[in-house]
Design a protein around this ligand. Structure first.
Ligand code: ADP
Ligand code: TRP
Length: 331
């Protein structure tokens, strides 16, 4: 069985775009592979969160993913900082990671541009920590998007360097788990082609949004004056509403409003009302689960504890072997 590792940034709640984009595929994977999913809280320290924010963000993300269907009995679900072996491997990898190659990483150059006053060593060595995350379980596959390809390439470089240096074939070369064609993009409520919390929070419907908030957001969504002739091509914002309807409503509902549009009889107010109700129906089980889990610290503790145990079992085996390969031998 293939070993899969993925890190989740603790950056906030999940929205419909996250769910229908990557997450559904991500969740399928957990039943087909030996998966390790962790919340990357060490990584998040590069932004200097307060202790309350750090803890709160980790909890929120854990709750959201569990509510969305991440199954701690199928996959190993853990919090990165509960596995200090990762930090040790990071230290060891850093000895053979060159400042020049780290400085050339696109995401690092972007950070320098965006936050010139906080260019810390953690940002520079982000790729070695990410490599440690992956190879601590000697993973084969990493389900990441295009923006992470360069980090994965660096991981392969570190793996090859280690294997060559010690003349071993110890770490496998990890590759991207590519969902390819299966990925769909959910548009925003603001007329943009992508629902994205980093671009515009208001364009997003979060899985935990209350019905009233969902109705308010949908009623405010951008549309247009309405079609003036039959079968007129749709403006982007209108196309967006139809595309969201396609994933949350029934086929009949979608066909009904398509017909109304094509015959110039559509009233966007009616369409939005229907869309809002269908989103509420779709998100209600998620919202209920989020509320239930948020209040159940005992369960969250159990999940994190059990995940840490399983992850540390695999990680400590790797660290023990790596120490021997490097020459740290007991006297
Ligand atoms: P955001 O753009 O809201 O900040 P993230 O960058 O945190 O979202 O995205 C996390 C994951 O969800 C990525 O795998 C990304 O490809 C996917 N994703 C985000 N927004 C969408 C969307 N609108 N449609 C499809 N997939 C999305
Ligand atoms: N860098 C990843 C992101 O920004 C998060 C991450 C950290 C990760 N460590 C990882 C992803 C290891 C996969 C494997 O989304």
């Amino acid at each position: 069985m293939e070993i899969v590792v993925s890190g989740i940034r603790p950056t906030g709640d999940l929205h419909l775009g996250n769910y229908f984009g990557a997450l559904r595929n991500f969740l399928k994977m957990q039943h087909q592979n030996n998966c390790y999913f962790f919340i990357a809280d060490y990584h998040s320290l590069t932004t200097h969160p307060t202790p309350e924010d750090l803890h709160g963000n980790v909890k929120r993300v854990l709750v959201n993913y569990l509510a969305a269907g991440l199954n701690p009995d199928a996959a190993t679900v853990y919090i990165q900082s509960d596995v200090p072996e990762v930090a040790e491997l990071y230290l060891l990898l850093n000895m053979n990671a060159y400042v020049g190659e780290l400085e050339r990483v696109v995401s690092f150059k972007e950070k320098i541009r965006k936050q010139p006053n906080n260019v810390n060593a953690g940002l520079l060595t982000y790729p070695t920590l990410m490599a440690a995350d992956i190879i601590i379980h000697r993973a084969h596959k990493v389900p990441v998007g295009k923006d992470q390809e360069q980090h994965l390439e660096m991981t392969r470089n570190f793996v090859n360097r280690f294997n060559r240096m010690y003349n071993v074939d110890y770490f496998p070369e990890p590759t991207a788990y590519n969902f390819g064609e299966e990925l769909i993009k959910i548009p925003g409520l603001d007329g943009s082609t992508k629902m994205s919390k980093s671009d515009n929070e208001n364009s997003c419907i979060f899985l935990g949004d209350a019905p009233e908030l969902i109705r308010k957001k949908v009623m405010k969504a951008v549309s247009d004056q309405g079609p003036t002739e039959p079968n007129q091509p749709k403006a982007q914002a209108v196309e967006n509403l139809f595309n969201i309807m396609k994933v949350v409503s029934t086929e009949d509902t979608y066909a009904h409003f398509s017909d109304l549009y094509n015959t110039c009889q559509i009233r966007y107010g009616d369409m939005k009302k229907q869309l809002a109700e269908d989103i509420v129906i779709f998100t209600t089980p998620f919202r209920e689960k989020i509320l239930e889990l948020s209040a159940d610290n005992e369960y969250l503790h159990k999940v994190a504890y059990q995940g840490a145990e399983k992850a540390r079992e695999s990680a400590s085996k790797t660290i023990k072997e790596v120490r021997e390969i490097i020459g740290f031998k007991p006297f």
